[in-house]
Design a protein around this ligand. Structure first.
Ligand code: NZQ
Ligand code: ZN
Length: 390
Protein backbone atom coordinates (compact mmCIF):
# COMPACT_ATOMS: atom_id res chain seq x y z
CA UNK A 1 0.00 0.00 0.00
CA UNK A 2 1.26 3.50 -0.82
CA UNK A 3 1.62 6.31 1.72
CA UNK A 4 -1.38 8.60 1.94
CA UNK A 5 -3.02 11.45 3.82
CA UNK A 6 -6.79 11.26 4.06
CA UNK A 7 -8.91 14.22 5.11
CA UNK A 8 -12.39 14.83 3.78
CA UNK A 9 -13.80 17.83 5.64
CA UNK A 10 -17.31 17.83 4.08
CA UNK A 11 -19.90 17.41 6.82
CA UNK A 12 -22.56 14.96 5.62
CA UNK A 13 -26.04 15.58 6.98
CA UNK A 14 -28.03 12.53 5.92
CA UNK A 15 -31.69 11.62 6.23
CA UNK A 16 -35.34 12.47 5.98
CA UNK A 17 -36.28 16.19 5.92
CA UNK A 18 -32.68 17.23 6.63
CA UNK A 19 -32.91 20.07 4.08
CA UNK A 20 -34.91 21.95 6.71
CA UNK A 21 -31.64 22.34 8.64
CA UNK A 22 -29.98 24.24 5.80
CA UNK A 23 -30.40 27.76 7.22
CA UNK A 24 -29.00 26.73 10.59
CA UNK A 25 -26.03 25.04 8.95
CA UNK A 26 -25.19 27.99 6.70
CA UNK A 27 -25.23 30.21 9.77
CA UNK A 28 -22.84 27.83 11.55
CA UNK A 29 -20.46 28.16 8.59
CA UNK A 30 -20.62 31.95 8.60
CA UNK A 31 -22.77 32.52 5.50
CA UNK A 32 -24.79 35.75 5.63
CA UNK A 33 -25.56 36.53 1.99
CA UNK A 34 -26.20 33.46 -0.11
CA UNK A 35 -26.50 32.59 -3.78
CA UNK A 36 -28.92 29.67 -4.18
CA UNK A 37 -27.85 27.91 -7.38
CA UNK A 38 -29.99 25.27 -9.10
CA UNK A 39 -30.69 23.49 -12.36
CA UNK A 40 -33.37 23.38 -14.99
CA UNK A 41 -36.35 23.35 -12.70
CA UNK A 42 -36.76 19.99 -10.92
CA UNK A 43 -35.90 21.53 -7.54
CA UNK A 44 -38.38 24.36 -8.11
CA UNK A 45 -41.13 21.99 -9.22
CA UNK A 46 -40.71 19.71 -6.20
CA UNK A 47 -40.99 22.68 -3.80
CA UNK A 48 -37.44 22.12 -2.56
CA UNK A 49 -36.25 25.64 -3.45
CA UNK A 50 -39.16 27.14 -1.50
CA UNK A 51 -38.33 24.99 1.55
CA UNK A 52 -34.69 26.03 1.32
CA UNK A 53 -35.58 29.73 1.07
CA UNK A 54 -37.92 29.41 4.04
CA UNK A 55 -35.16 27.85 6.13
CA UNK A 56 -32.80 30.71 5.19
CA UNK A 57 -35.47 33.31 6.02
CA UNK A 58 -36.06 31.71 9.40
CA UNK A 59 -32.36 32.16 10.11
CA UNK A 60 -32.31 35.77 8.81
CA UNK A 61 -29.94 34.90 5.98
CA UNK A 62 -30.12 37.10 2.88
CA UNK A 63 -30.33 35.27 -0.44
CA UNK A 64 -30.62 35.64 -4.19
CA UNK A 65 -30.95 32.85 -6.72
CA UNK A 66 -29.58 31.70 -10.05
CA UNK A 67 -31.21 28.72 -11.77
CA UNK A 68 -30.71 27.28 -15.23
CA UNK A 69 -27.70 24.98 -14.78
CA UNK A 70 -27.74 22.45 -17.62
CA UNK A 71 -26.38 18.89 -17.37
CA UNK A 72 -22.73 19.16 -18.46
CA UNK A 73 -22.70 22.64 -16.88
CA UNK A 74 -21.76 25.53 -19.13
CA UNK A 75 -19.07 28.16 -18.66
CA UNK A 76 -21.50 30.90 -19.78
CA UNK A 77 -23.66 30.44 -16.67
CA UNK A 78 -20.54 30.40 -14.49
CA UNK A 79 -19.59 33.85 -15.86
CA UNK A 80 -23.12 35.05 -15.11
CA UNK A 81 -22.92 33.65 -11.57
CA UNK A 82 -19.56 35.30 -10.89
CA UNK A 83 -20.92 38.68 -11.99
CA UNK A 84 -24.06 38.25 -9.90
CA UNK A 85 -22.08 37.29 -6.79
CA UNK A 86 -19.70 40.24 -7.16
CA UNK A 87 -22.54 42.73 -7.70
CA UNK A 88 -24.46 41.42 -4.68
CA UNK A 89 -21.45 40.84 -2.37
CA UNK A 90 -22.37 37.18 -1.94
CA UNK A 91 -20.32 35.33 0.69
CA UNK A 92 -21.68 31.77 0.41
CA UNK A 93 -23.03 29.56 -2.39
CA UNK A 94 -25.66 26.88 -1.86
CA UNK A 95 -25.98 24.41 -4.73
CA UNK A 96 -29.35 22.64 -4.81
CA UNK A 97 -29.28 19.80 -7.33
CA UNK A 98 -26.88 17.31 -8.87
CA UNK A 99 -23.27 17.20 -9.95
CA UNK A 100 -23.78 19.79 -12.67
CA UNK A 101 -25.21 22.38 -10.29
CA UNK A 102 -22.60 21.65 -7.64
CA UNK A 103 -19.74 21.86 -10.16
CA UNK A 104 -21.10 25.15 -11.48
CA UNK A 105 -21.30 26.47 -7.89
CA UNK A 106 -17.70 25.44 -7.24
CA UNK A 107 -16.55 27.24 -10.41
CA UNK A 108 -18.46 30.40 -9.44
CA UNK A 109 -16.99 30.25 -5.93
CA UNK A 110 -13.43 30.22 -7.28
CA UNK A 111 -14.19 32.72 -10.02
CA UNK A 112 -15.48 35.32 -7.55
CA UNK A 113 -12.15 35.22 -5.70
CA UNK A 114 -10.01 35.53 -8.84
CA UNK A 115 -9.60 38.69 -10.89
CA UNK A 116 -8.78 36.85 -14.12
CA UNK A 117 -10.92 34.60 -16.31
CA UNK A 118 -12.18 31.61 -14.29
CA UNK A 119 -11.46 29.33 -17.30
CA UNK A 120 -7.74 29.83 -16.55
CA UNK A 121 -8.33 27.46 -13.63
CA UNK A 122 -9.88 24.74 -15.80
CA UNK A 123 -7.31 25.11 -18.57
CA UNK A 124 -4.46 24.65 -16.09
CA UNK A 125 -3.15 28.23 -16.25
CA UNK A 126 -4.00 29.31 -12.73
CA UNK A 127 -4.06 27.49 -9.37
CA UNK A 128 -6.68 29.15 -7.18
CA UNK A 129 -5.91 29.93 -3.56
CA UNK A 130 -9.32 31.18 -2.44
CA UNK A 131 -12.96 30.38 -2.96
CA UNK A 132 -16.33 31.31 -1.55
CA UNK A 133 -17.66 28.57 0.70
CA UNK A 134 -19.92 26.14 -1.13
CA UNK A 135 -22.50 23.78 0.42
CA UNK A 136 -25.01 21.47 -1.24
CA UNK A 137 -28.48 20.01 -1.00
CA UNK A 138 -28.10 16.95 -3.21
CA UNK A 139 -31.00 15.69 -5.35
CA UNK A 140 -29.37 12.85 -7.32
CA UNK A 141 -27.04 10.00 -6.38
CA UNK A 142 -24.37 10.16 -9.05
CA UNK A 143 -21.32 12.39 -9.48
CA UNK A 144 -20.14 12.47 -5.86
CA UNK A 145 -19.42 16.20 -6.22
CA UNK A 146 -21.16 16.71 -2.87
CA UNK A 147 -17.92 15.80 -1.13
CA UNK A 148 -15.35 15.61 -3.89
CA UNK A 149 -12.63 18.13 -4.59
CA UNK A 150 -13.53 18.18 -8.28
CA UNK A 151 -15.58 20.28 -10.66
CA UNK A 152 -16.11 19.66 -14.37
CA UNK A 153 -17.27 22.46 -16.69
CA UNK A 154 -18.09 22.54 -20.39
CA UNK A 155 -16.80 25.56 -22.28
CA UNK A 156 -19.24 25.77 -25.15
CA UNK A 157 -17.12 28.40 -26.94
CA UNK A 158 -14.15 26.01 -27.25
CA UNK A 159 -16.18 22.75 -27.32
CA UNK A 160 -14.19 21.45 -24.35
CA UNK A 161 -15.16 19.78 -21.07
CA UNK A 162 -12.47 20.16 -18.46
CA UNK A 163 -12.10 19.31 -14.79
CA UNK A 164 -10.27 20.92 -11.91
CA UNK A 165 -9.42 19.14 -8.65
CA UNK A 166 -8.32 20.63 -5.34
CA UNK A 167 -9.20 20.17 -1.67
CA UNK A 168 -10.01 23.90 -1.76
CA UNK A 169 -13.36 23.21 -3.42
CA UNK A 170 -14.77 20.44 -1.28
CA UNK A 171 -18.18 21.60 -0.06
CA UNK A 172 -18.25 22.59 3.60
CA UNK A 173 -21.42 20.55 4.15
CA UNK A 174 -23.80 18.48 2.07
CA UNK A 175 -27.36 17.57 2.89
CA UNK A 176 -28.34 14.14 1.60
CA UNK A 177 -32.04 13.38 1.90
CA UNK A 178 -32.86 10.25 -0.14
CA UNK A 179 -36.52 11.36 -0.30
CA UNK A 180 -35.39 14.15 -2.65
CA UNK A 181 -34.12 11.60 -5.18
CA UNK A 182 -37.47 9.81 -5.58
CA UNK A 183 -38.61 12.25 -8.28
CA UNK A 184 -35.64 11.31 -10.43
CA UNK A 185 -36.57 9.58 -13.74
CA UNK A 186 -35.26 6.00 -13.97
CA UNK A 187 -32.96 6.85 -16.87
CA UNK A 188 -31.21 9.54 -14.79
CA UNK A 189 -31.13 7.16 -11.82
CA UNK A 190 -29.37 4.58 -14.00
CA UNK A 191 -26.91 7.16 -15.38
CA UNK A 192 -26.12 8.08 -11.78
CA UNK A 193 -25.69 4.43 -10.77
CA UNK A 194 -23.31 3.86 -13.68
CA UNK A 195 -21.25 6.90 -12.71
CA UNK A 196 -21.06 5.64 -9.11
CA UNK A 197 -19.87 2.20 -10.24
CA UNK A 198 -17.37 3.84 -12.61
CA UNK A 199 -15.95 5.95 -9.76
CA UNK A 200 -15.27 2.74 -7.86
CA UNK A 201 -13.80 0.90 -10.85
CA UNK A 202 -11.48 3.83 -11.63
CA UNK A 203 -10.00 3.17 -8.19
CA UNK A 204 -10.26 -0.62 -8.32
CA UNK A 205 -8.06 -0.96 -11.39
CA UNK A 206 -4.74 -0.28 -9.73
CA UNK A 207 -1.13 -1.32 -10.10
CA UNK A 208 -0.54 -1.14 -6.34
CA UNK A 209 -0.14 -4.52 -4.71
CA UNK A 210 -1.57 -5.73 -1.37
CA UNK A 211 -4.52 -3.37 -1.10
CA UNK A 212 -7.07 -5.91 0.08
CA UNK A 213 -8.82 -3.53 2.50
CA UNK A 214 -9.63 -0.99 -0.20
CA UNK A 215 -10.27 -3.74 -2.79
CA UNK A 216 -12.93 -5.19 -0.51
CA UNK A 217 -14.43 -1.75 0.19
CA UNK A 218 -14.68 -1.14 -3.56
CA UNK A 219 -16.31 -4.52 -4.14
CA UNK A 220 -18.83 -3.86 -1.36
CA UNK A 221 -19.94 -0.53 -2.87
CA UNK A 222 -20.38 -2.04 -6.35
CA UNK A 223 -22.26 -5.03 -4.94
CA UNK A 224 -24.60 -2.68 -3.07
CA UNK A 225 -25.24 -0.81 -6.33
CA UNK A 226 -25.89 -4.02 -8.26
CA UNK A 227 -28.29 -5.25 -5.56
CA UNK A 228 -30.15 -1.99 -5.05
CA UNK A 229 -30.60 -0.72 -8.62
CA UNK A 230 -33.14 -3.41 -9.64
CA UNK A 231 -35.02 -2.75 -6.38
CA UNK A 232 -35.15 0.99 -7.11
CA UNK A 233 -36.37 0.26 -10.64
CA UNK A 234 -39.26 -1.81 -9.26
CA UNK A 235 -40.05 0.56 -6.41
CA UNK A 236 -38.64 4.04 -7.27
CA UNK A 237 -40.08 5.82 -4.24
CA UNK A 238 -38.73 3.36 -1.67
CA UNK A 239 -36.71 5.41 0.82
CA UNK A 240 -34.35 2.62 1.90
CA UNK A 241 -33.28 1.59 -1.61
CA UNK A 242 -32.75 5.22 -2.59
CA UNK A 243 -30.80 5.76 0.65
CA UNK A 244 -28.42 2.94 -0.25
CA UNK A 245 -27.75 4.46 -3.68
CA UNK A 246 -27.23 7.90 -2.22
CA UNK A 247 -24.71 6.85 0.39
CA UNK A 248 -22.88 4.68 -2.14
CA UNK A 249 -22.62 7.72 -4.43
CA UNK A 250 -20.83 9.71 -1.78
CA UNK A 251 -18.55 6.90 -0.60
CA UNK A 252 -17.61 6.09 -4.19
CA UNK A 253 -16.08 9.52 -4.72
CA UNK A 254 -15.12 10.98 -1.33
CA UNK A 255 -11.65 9.40 -1.73
CA UNK A 256 -11.88 6.94 1.20
CA UNK A 257 -11.92 3.77 -0.91
CA UNK A 258 -9.08 4.85 -3.17
CA UNK A 259 -6.48 5.65 -0.55
CA UNK A 260 -2.99 4.13 -0.74
CA UNK A 261 -3.37 2.85 -4.29
CA UNK A 262 -2.71 4.09 -7.82
CA UNK A 263 -5.89 4.81 -9.76
CA UNK A 264 -6.96 4.98 -13.38
CA UNK A 265 -9.44 7.69 -14.57
CA UNK A 266 -8.93 7.03 -18.28
CA UNK A 267 -12.55 5.96 -18.84
CA UNK A 268 -13.57 9.32 -17.38
CA UNK A 269 -11.11 11.17 -19.60
CA UNK A 270 -12.37 9.38 -22.72
CA UNK A 271 -15.99 9.96 -21.67
CA UNK A 272 -15.61 13.70 -21.11
CA UNK A 273 -14.85 14.08 -24.83
CA UNK A 274 -18.15 12.35 -25.60
CA UNK A 275 -20.20 14.56 -23.29
CA UNK A 276 -18.42 17.67 -24.63
CA UNK A 277 -19.16 16.78 -28.25
CA UNK A 278 -22.61 15.17 -28.03
CA UNK A 279 -23.95 16.53 -24.72
CA UNK A 280 -24.59 12.94 -23.63
CA UNK A 281 -25.29 12.21 -19.94
CA UNK A 282 -21.98 11.42 -18.25
CA UNK A 283 -23.19 8.05 -16.89
CA UNK A 284 -24.46 6.95 -20.30
CA UNK A 285 -21.11 7.86 -21.87
CA UNK A 286 -19.32 5.85 -19.21
CA UNK A 287 -21.56 2.81 -19.86
CA UNK A 288 -20.26 2.86 -23.44
CA UNK A 289 -16.60 3.59 -22.71
CA UNK A 290 -15.76 1.69 -19.53
CA UNK A 291 -16.48 -1.92 -20.58
CA UNK A 292 -14.52 -1.32 -23.79
CA UNK A 293 -11.65 0.19 -21.83
CA UNK A 294 -11.78 -3.02 -19.75
CA UNK A 295 -11.65 -5.28 -22.81
CA UNK A 296 -8.72 -3.27 -24.15
CA UNK A 297 -6.69 -3.32 -20.94
CA UNK A 298 -7.43 -6.84 -19.67
CA UNK A 299 -4.05 -8.20 -20.81
CA UNK A 300 -2.30 -5.66 -18.60
CA UNK A 301 -3.37 -7.64 -15.50
CA UNK A 302 -5.81 -10.50 -16.18
CA UNK A 303 -5.71 -11.61 -12.55
CA UNK A 304 -7.20 -8.32 -11.38
CA UNK A 305 -10.01 -8.74 -13.91
CA UNK A 306 -10.52 -12.31 -12.72
CA UNK A 307 -10.82 -10.98 -9.16
CA UNK A 308 -13.46 -8.48 -10.32
CA UNK A 309 -15.35 -11.20 -12.20
CA UNK A 310 -15.37 -13.73 -9.39
CA UNK A 311 -15.92 -11.44 -6.42
CA UNK A 312 -18.36 -8.97 -7.96
CA UNK A 313 -20.10 -10.75 -10.81
CA UNK A 314 -20.17 -14.30 -9.40
CA UNK A 315 -18.08 -15.85 -12.19
CA UNK A 316 -16.72 -19.28 -11.23
CA UNK A 317 -12.92 -19.15 -10.93
CA UNK A 318 -10.99 -21.27 -13.44
CA UNK A 319 -7.32 -21.61 -14.33
CA UNK A 320 -7.79 -19.05 -17.14
CA UNK A 321 -7.82 -15.53 -15.59
CA UNK A 322 -8.41 -13.75 -18.89
CA UNK A 323 -11.40 -15.92 -19.83
CA UNK A 324 -12.87 -15.35 -16.36
CA UNK A 325 -12.21 -11.62 -16.62
CA UNK A 326 -13.94 -11.41 -20.01
CA UNK A 327 -16.97 -13.21 -18.53
CA UNK A 328 -17.02 -10.57 -15.77
CA UNK A 329 -16.94 -7.73 -18.34
CA UNK A 330 -19.83 -9.41 -20.20
CA UNK A 331 -21.82 -9.61 -16.96
CA UNK A 332 -21.06 -5.94 -16.29
CA UNK A 333 -22.44 -5.08 -19.73
CA UNK A 334 -25.52 -7.25 -19.09
CA UNK A 335 -26.12 -5.35 -15.86
CA UNK A 336 -25.80 -2.01 -17.69
CA UNK A 337 -28.34 -3.14 -20.30
CA UNK A 338 -30.69 -4.34 -17.55
CA UNK A 339 -30.80 -0.81 -16.11
CA UNK A 340 -31.35 0.79 -19.50
CA UNK A 341 -27.84 1.96 -20.30
CA UNK A 342 -26.33 2.09 -23.81
CA UNK A 343 -23.27 0.05 -24.82
CA UNK A 344 -22.32 1.51 -28.19
CA UNK A 345 -21.54 4.81 -29.90
CA UNK A 346 -24.63 4.43 -32.07
CA UNK A 347 -26.95 4.36 -29.05
CA UNK A 348 -25.63 7.73 -27.84
CA UNK A 349 -25.40 9.33 -31.29
CA UNK A 350 -21.59 9.26 -31.38
CA UNK A 351 -19.93 8.95 -34.78
CA UNK A 352 -16.90 6.98 -36.01
CA UNK A 353 -15.79 9.98 -38.10
CA UNK A 354 -15.39 12.05 -34.90
CA UNK A 355 -12.87 9.68 -33.29
CA UNK A 356 -9.78 11.57 -34.60
CA UNK A 357 -11.26 14.85 -33.31
CA UNK A 358 -11.94 13.40 -29.85
CA UNK A 359 -8.45 11.92 -29.66
CA UNK A 360 -7.07 15.32 -30.65
CA UNK A 361 -9.04 17.22 -27.99
CA UNK A 362 -8.00 14.61 -25.42
CA UNK A 363 -4.55 16.14 -25.86
CA UNK A 364 -2.80 12.77 -25.96
CA UNK A 365 -0.81 13.45 -29.14
CA UNK A 366 2.88 12.70 -28.52
CA UNK A 367 2.10 11.87 -24.89
CA UNK A 368 0.76 9.01 -22.80
CA UNK A 369 -2.15 9.14 -20.38
CA UNK A 370 -1.11 7.64 -17.08
CA UNK A 371 -3.27 5.08 -15.32
CA UNK A 372 -3.73 1.33 -14.82
CA UNK A 373 -2.39 0.88 -18.35
CA UNK A 374 -0.64 3.82 -19.96
CA UNK A 375 -2.56 4.90 -23.07
CA UNK A 376 -1.10 6.61 -26.12
CA UNK A 377 -2.91 8.22 -29.03
CA UNK A 378 -3.33 4.90 -30.84
CA UNK A 379 -4.65 3.18 -27.70
CA UNK A 380 -7.29 5.90 -27.25
CA UNK A 381 -8.29 5.57 -30.92
CA UNK A 382 -8.53 1.80 -30.49
CA UNK A 383 -10.74 2.07 -27.39
CA UNK A 384 -13.11 4.52 -29.10
CA UNK A 385 -13.18 2.17 -32.10
CA UNK A 386 -14.16 -0.75 -29.85
CA UNK A 387 -17.14 1.36 -28.72
CA UNK A 388 -18.63 1.05 -32.22
CA UNK A 389 -19.69 -2.51 -31.31
CA UNK A 390 -21.02 -4.16 -28.12
O1 NZQ B 1 -31.63 20.48 -13.92
P1 NZQ B 1 -32.75 19.80 -13.20
O2 NZQ B 1 -34.10 20.26 -13.58
O3 NZQ B 1 -32.54 19.76 -11.71
O4 NZQ B 1 -32.73 18.25 -13.73
C1 NZQ B 1 -31.62 17.40 -13.51
C2 NZQ B 1 -30.86 17.08 -14.78
O5 NZQ B 1 -31.69 17.14 -15.91
C3 NZQ B 1 -32.15 16.05 -13.13
N1 NZQ B 1 -32.42 15.92 -11.69
C4 NZQ B 1 -31.52 16.03 -10.68
N2 NZQ B 1 -32.14 15.75 -9.51
C5 NZQ B 1 -33.44 15.48 -9.81
C6 NZQ B 1 -33.62 15.61 -11.20
N3 NZQ B 1 -34.81 15.40 -11.79
C7 NZQ B 1 -35.86 15.06 -11.01
N4 NZQ B 1 -35.75 14.90 -9.66
C8 NZQ B 1 -34.55 15.09 -9.03
N5 NZQ B 1 -34.45 14.87 -7.72
O6 NZQ B 1 -31.13 15.14 -13.47
C9 NZQ B 1 -30.46 15.63 -14.62
C10 NZQ B 1 -28.96 15.42 -14.44
O7 NZQ B 1 -28.46 16.29 -13.45
P2 NZQ B 1 -26.86 16.44 -13.29
O8 NZQ B 1 -26.62 17.38 -12.17
O9 NZQ B 1 -26.27 16.74 -14.62
O10 NZQ B 1 -26.45 14.95 -12.91
P3 NZQ B 1 -25.17 14.36 -12.22
O11 NZQ B 1 -25.24 14.47 -10.75
O12 NZQ B 1 -25.00 13.03 -12.82
O13 NZQ B 1 -23.95 15.30 -12.68
C11 NZQ B 1 -23.29 15.10 -13.89
C12 NZQ B 1 -22.16 16.08 -14.03
O14 NZQ B 1 -21.17 15.86 -12.99
C13 NZQ B 1 -19.88 15.74 -13.59
C14 NZQ B 1 -20.19 15.12 -14.93
O15 NZQ B 1 -19.13 15.22 -15.82
C15 NZQ B 1 -21.43 15.88 -15.35
O16 NZQ B 1 -21.07 17.12 -15.91
N6 NZQ B 1 -18.99 15.00 -12.70
C16 NZQ B 1 -18.55 15.64 -11.61
C17 NZQ B 1 -17.68 15.05 -10.71
C18 NZQ B 1 -17.19 15.77 -9.53
N7 NZQ B 1 -17.42 17.06 -9.47
O17 NZQ B 1 -16.54 15.20 -8.64
C19 NZQ B 1 -17.20 13.68 -10.91
C20 NZQ B 1 -17.92 12.92 -11.95
O18 NZQ B 1 -17.07 11.95 -12.48
C21 NZQ B 1 -18.47 13.71 -13.07
O19 NZQ B 1 -17.50 13.93 -14.07
ZN1 ZN C 1 -18.02 10.30 -13.04
Amino acid sequence: MDNFIFANPTKIVFGKDMELEVGKLIKEYGGTNVLIHYGGGSAVKSGLIDRVKESLDLNFIKHIELGGVKPNPRASLVYEGIKLCKENKIDFILAVGGGSTIDSAKAIGMGVCYDGDFWDIYSGHYEPVKTLKVATVLTIAAAGSESSGSSVITNEEFGLKRGFTSDLIRPVFSILNPQLTTTLPLYQTACGATDIIAHVFERYFTNTKEVETSDRLCEAVILAMINNMPKVMKDPTNYEYRANLMWAGTIAHNDLIGMGRSQDWNSHGLEHELSALYDVAHGAGLAVVMPHWMKYTIDHDPIRFQQMATRIFGVKKTSDPKADGLKGIKKFQEFLVSIGMPLTFKEIGAKKKDIPYMVKTLGVSGKVRDGFMKLNEQDCTNIYTLCLKK
